[in-house]
Structure formats: C-alpha cells, structure tokens
Write a protein that binds this ligand. Structure first.
Ligand code: ASP
Length: 319
C-alpha cells in the first residue's frame, strides 16, 4: 500500500531567497520551489519513512494571500485528503497570515488525517535558516496518527488554529497560543503532547461547499479598530460602499468608543453584520458589553473576519 505525505508549497519566507547570503530580513518570499526545500532534507524513519510528494500550489508572500489563493489551497487539500494513498498533508506557508489560513482550513475541511502548516522566519539563504527543521517537524507531525485535523508547527511548538497568533515580527519563535499554550512539542521527530489533541470540527460540509462554489468572490468583511479618538467615519464609508460585515477590534473587554459604537449600531440596523472582538492578545471578552453588539466567539479580529466571511457565504446578500 502506498503511504505518502503530500507537501504543498505556497511560498513565504521558508521559500525565500536573498541576494546577500545571511541577510535575514532583506529577501523575497516565495522564490524557491517546495521540491527544492525537500531536496536533501533528512527526515526521521529511515527506510520506513513515508514517501514525500511535493506540489506547488502558489508562490506568494502570505501578506498577499487572498480569496483566490484560499480557494485553491482548500481545493488541493480536499483532493489529497480524499486520496487513500495520502497519510498526511504538510503546507509550507508564510508566517504573516498563517493563523488566518490555518483557521480557514480548520473550519472548512472534514479532516480525518493530519494537516500540518509550517513556515520559517528566516529565508532559505540565511546562515542559519529555521525552515529545514520546521519542515522536518511538520513531516514528523503529519506522520503521527494522533495529529488529526489542522495544526501548525513552528520552532518545535505545536499550535491549534483557534489559539495561534503571530507575536513577533522577527524572532524565530514567532508564534504563541495565548492562555491555552501549545498543544505539544515535536522533539527529535516525536510528538510530546501537553494537552489533549483538540477535537475536529464535525460539520464543515456546508462551509466547504460554499467555499468550493464561490470561485474566490468572498463576501466583503472589514476590520475596524476602536481606540482613543476613534470616530464613525470609516464605518459610514464602508456601509455606503456596500460592505457586508464589520469586525471591530474593541478596547479591553469589547468596549467601543461611543462615536464608533453609534456608527456600528447604525450599520447593524442597515443590515451589516457586526461582530465585536478585542484588541487584547490574551483572554476573551467576558460577559456582554453594554452596547449589546454580537461578540466574535472569543476569536481574534483576523479570525473573526474569516468566520464572518464564511457565515455570509452561506447567506444571500440583502436585495
Ligand atoms: N512576509 C512573509 C510571508 O508571510 C513572512 C514570513 O513568511 O515569515 O510570506
């Protein structure tokens, strides 16, 4: 029986290159093919190791990820999940929007195999690149039957999509999972769990269908920020331009500047879906703030935006 791990390349710093060897910041993301990242990589398992099959899905800097990219990646993951020869999937991805892609895939794929995203903070041309070790860890994780569903590994730490957040623009250990902490660690090719593996989403069917049918034309949802001096002008402009959803990154416990709050309540009355998240990187909004606008289910603003887009995909726009 065939036993393979599919490695889907999407670009990012892990595939980045710099003209100046050793430059960790002055490089272009997405310059190397995913096959070249695998060439010469020593993976655990010796002769028993699964075969690695490389496939290029995109060559982008993940800051430029968009709906068309997500639709394509989703479709390729779906195809490989349905292939009985495939034991697990690894996706190499830029760090900038990694948490968004991981959240999207976790919400839209019925994943009864490991699907592991990984990345790097230093380009492949760095003196000491972190990509090769991250890729080795991801392949080890994708071979582990305990790792069902979508997870992310970076700098040895294994994160769940719900909690993962990029915390540093420079450090190799760039991600954290807030209060929850990592699910576990990959150490010398072995997974050490420190929390039970998170349950799988049981009903992604209608979301997956909506995504597949959508051809990259996603409902328009924006994020606005509340803070000192905030006002309602941005919200008014968005509503006038036809936005369908607004996620607001509120202050503290989901509170909003009164001027912004007034504009958001007006937007809601006009049929725009509003969700309230918080600017705080730790914890969730507790209780119900006085404004009464719906909360974002404990999600960060960027993940709340994805959830609202998926929700709106299943709802026809107001006439
Ligand atoms: N801009 C890069 C990207 O997200 C950053 C990285 O991969 O670390 O593709």
């Amino acid at each position: 029986m065939d036993d393979r791990i599919v490695v889907l390349g999407t670009g990012g710093t892990i595939a980045g290159g710099s003209a100046l060897a050793g430059d960790n910041v002055g490089y272009r993301a997405g310059e190397r093919t995913v096959q070249s990242l695998l060439d010469g990589l020593v993976v655990a398992g010796g002769p028993q190791a699964p075969a690695l099959v490389a496939e290029e899905v995109a060559q982008i800097d993940s800051k430029d990820a968009d709906a068309a990219f997500w639709s394509r990646l989703h479709a390729r993951c779906l195809a490989h999940l349905q292939d009985e020869r495939v034991r697990g999937i690894v996706v190499t991805h830029g760090t900038d929007t990694l948490e968004e892609t991981a959240w999207l895939l976790s919400q839209t794929l019925a994943c009864d195999k490991p699907l592991v995203l990984t990345c790097a903070m230093r380009p492949a041309t760095a003196v000491s690149p972190d990509g090769p070790q991250n890729l080795r860890d991801a392949i080890a994780l994708a071979s582990d039957a305990r790792a069902l569903g979508v997870s992310v590994v970076c700098a040895g730490a294994v994160h769940a999509p719900r909690h993962l957040q990029k915390m540093s623009p420079y450090r190799v250990d760039a991600f954290a999972s807030g209060d929850a902490g990592p699910i576990g660690w990959v150490e010398e090719g072995r997974l050490r769990l420190v929390h039970p593996w998170p349950g799988l989403r049981s009903d992604p069917g209608s979301l997956a269908q909506a995504l597949a049918a959508d051809n990259g034309a996603w409902p328009w949802v924006e994020i606005v920020l509340s803070g000192a001096g905030a006002n309602g002008r941005q919200v008014e402009a968005l509503v006038a331009a036809g936005v369908r959803g607004i996620v607001v990154a509120g202050t503290g416990n989901g509170t909003l500047h009164h001027a912004l709050e007034t504009a958001l309540l007006r937007a809601q009355r006009a049929g725009v879906q509003v969700r309230v998240s918080t600017r705080c990187p730790l914890g969730v909004v507790v209780g119900m703030p006085a404004h009464g606008l719906p909360l974002a289910d404990g999600l960060s603003p960027v993940k709340a935006r994805i959830s609202l887009m998926l929700e709106l995909m299943q709802t026809a726009p107001a006439p």
